[in-house]
Design a protein around this ligand. Structure first.
Ligand code: MF3
Ligand code: CO
Length: 254
């Protein structure tokens, strides 16, 4: 069931989204070689708590941390650890969900640790391009499949692949609501886009083959071929004349 959000609900989600943006701003300023992924988790958790938000991932189906922190060939759901130390040239994605007064905002950024290779930069650029291209299809009267198709089209046009096993999703009082938003699909398919829908759109991109594997920890998802991966996500609200992104901070680079 797709839940259309009221003005009041959108206001609460926007506050959660503002705090998500704040977290990313802090991370942009702090991520450096030598830090552990658990250090990142600590920044996420304290920033949310200091701003009256709850880190929604902690305890979600037993997930043990406040952020998913995924390095290089880890696509998603990397569990923060004091043993995973960032080094120059790494790509580290930080996927977070803040809850404010019962309402959620979900987003992910992939950060560069120091200077990265041209190969890594290209993957980053394409993943963001897929998101922003797809965003142009967030319009009342379009279909979810239009978003999905544009993500897939963009990613594959550069020779990369999208993951099949994980999708974007509706969001609101629950972290994951209908509809599912796959990163692949056909134009005109899926649910109709309506005003007041809240969508977490999240290209998850593999430099190599689309196949992934899960580690025995039950969470960590890596590329099977060990090649680089990238993830970019925002929560967006469908408005009369298009969309509003609620999880970017002011002045954030697109
Ligand atoms: N934030 C993720 C998403 O984009 C979900 C994380 S799963 C959790 O949907 F267990 F870590 F919460
Ligand atoms: Co999400």
């Amino acid at each position: 069931m797709i839940v259309i959000k009221s003005e009041r609900e959108i206001k609460l989600m926007k506050e959660a989204g503002r705090v998500v943006g704040l977290v990313f701003k802090r991370l942009e300023e702090s991520i450096k070689p030598g830090m552990s992924t658990l250090d990142i988790d600590a920044i996420v958790e304290s920033t949310m708590l200091e701003n009256d938000c709850i880190p929604a991932e902690k305890g979600y189906y037993g997930y043990p941390a406040s952020a998913c922190v995924s390095v290089n060939d880890t696509l998603i759901h990397g569990i923060p650890s004091s043993k995973i130390i960032l080094k120059e040239g790494d790509l580290v994605s930080v996927d977070i969900v803040a809850t404010y007064k019962g309402y959620n905002a979900d987003a992910c950024r992939t950060f560069k640790v120091g200077t990265v290779t041209g190969r890594a930069q290209r993957l980053l650029d394409v993943t963001k391009e897929a998101f922003f291209n797809a965003l142009e299809f967030v319009k009342v009267g379009n279909h979810i499949g239009d978003i999905s198709h544009e993500i897939q089209r963009t990613v594959e046009s550069y020779g990369y692949n999208v993951v099949r096993e994980f999708t974007g999703h509706g969001i609101g009082a629950s972290m994951h609501e209908d509809p599912n938003i796959p990163n692949y699909g056909k134009p005109g398919s899926g649910a109709l886009i309506q005003k007041g829908m809240a969508l977490a759109i999240e290209p998850m991109v593999l430099e190599g083959k689309a196949a992934v594997r899960q580690l025995p920890d039950g969470w960590t998802i890596k590329s099977r071929d060990g090649k680089l991966t990238c993830h970019y996500e925002n929560t967006v609200i469908v408005t009369d004349d298009g969309y509003e992104i609620i999880t970017m901070y002011e002045g954030e680079e697109k």
